[in-house]
Design a protein around this ligand. Structure first.
Ligand code: ZN
Length: 305
């Protein structure tokens, strides 16, 4: 028979164990509060992954996606210290975490494709800096190799960088899913050689509609790329004059109020787009006057449509 004091001893031990588990469990399972507010530095992450680290710490407004489940601050550009092949070798996950999309009241994402270009990109960077606005640059691999200093400047200014293929030549690029993803990986490597990290966001040259089938989408998901289209066109692909570019954007914004929460504006900083440079100050002024916040494309950005 269990006597009274033995019974209370057993109850005491069970209660003690319960308290111990309740206290220790959150410490073991959850990241510390400090880890949540201070994401790990690149140096710390590189050391953790056993990598060489010759790259300086990033500016505070960019974030290196790690395999630690901590969400980047919402306004920051997101980069990865590892390429697809490095992830495969290290047996690290390739796919991206599921993230709730951010729909602001009035949010605009300015995007510039086909650079970096020796003339247009520096001019655009000057205008963005003067207006204290961050944007997203979808760069071409072979242009990165020609203009590494400009890529570094985009990165250091806290803009987001996305992958826009290596050659941008449709007949090479869209031969198959493999030729497409090979170009993405080649571009990542060119980017990483310059800034030490690579993007996880990308944009299909000419857009995904009409070029992608399910196989392309499945492959991008499996490799951990997030594809971004656009929903506002400046019309600068056809070398329209600056005044008309501004008018095109205003017309579409007024017509499509449902896009206020995530207006993604397509522009180009590639060769021959000097009219975009001329139009940009007025485009920025227009969005500012309408009360839009400017964001860079990251994992929280909703799909264009
Ligand atoms: Zn393009």
């Amino acid at each position: 028979m269990l006597n009274r004091s033995k019974f209370f001893n057993i109850i005491g031990i069970i209660f003690g164990l319960f308290i111990l588990v309740a206290v220790l469990l959150p410490i073991v399972i959850l990241p510390s509060k400090e880890a949540l507010t201070n994401p790990p530095t690149r140096t710390a992450m590189a050391a953790q992954m056993g990598l060489d680290n010759n790259v300086s710490e990033p500016p505070p407004y960019v974030y290196y996606l790690s395999d630690i489940p901590i969400m980047p601050p919402p306004e920051t550009a997101v980069y990865d210290p590892l390429t697809v092949s490095e992830r495969k070798i290290s047996e690290l996950p390739l796919t991206l975490p599921q993230v709730l999309p951010y729909y602001g009241e009035k949010t605009v994402y300015l995007t510039f494709d086909d650079g970096p270009d020796a003339d247009n990109t520096p001019a655009i960077l000057d205008i963005l800096e003067a207006n204290n606005v961050k944007a997203t640059f979808f760069v071409i691999g072979n242009q990165v190799e020609k203009n590494p200093d400009l890529l570094r400047r985009i990165f250091n200014a806290g803009h987001a960088i996305g992958n826009h293929s290596y050659s941008h030549i449709y007949k090479d690029l869209y031969q198959s899913v493999n030729t497409y993803t090979d170009q993405l990986e080649k571009t990542d490597e060119s980017i990483k050689r310059v800034i030490g990290v690579r993007p996880r966001i990308c944009r299909a040259p000419g857009g995904s509609s009409g070029t992608f089938n399910k196989e392309y989408w499945d492959s991008l998901t499996a490799l951990g790329y997030k594809e971004f289209g656009w929903n506002i066109v400046s019309g600068d692909a056809s070398f329209t004059k600056a005044g008309q570019l501004v008018a095109n954007i205003k017309t579409q914004i007024k017509k499509n109020k449902f896009l206020y929460s995530h207006s993604i504006v397509l522009m180009h900083d590639g060769r021959g787009h000097s009219e975009t440079v001329k139009a940009l100050p007025e485009i920025i002024n227009y969005f500012k006057s309408q009360g839009f916040e400017f964001r860079v494309i990251n994992l929280e950005t909703p799909p264009a449509w």
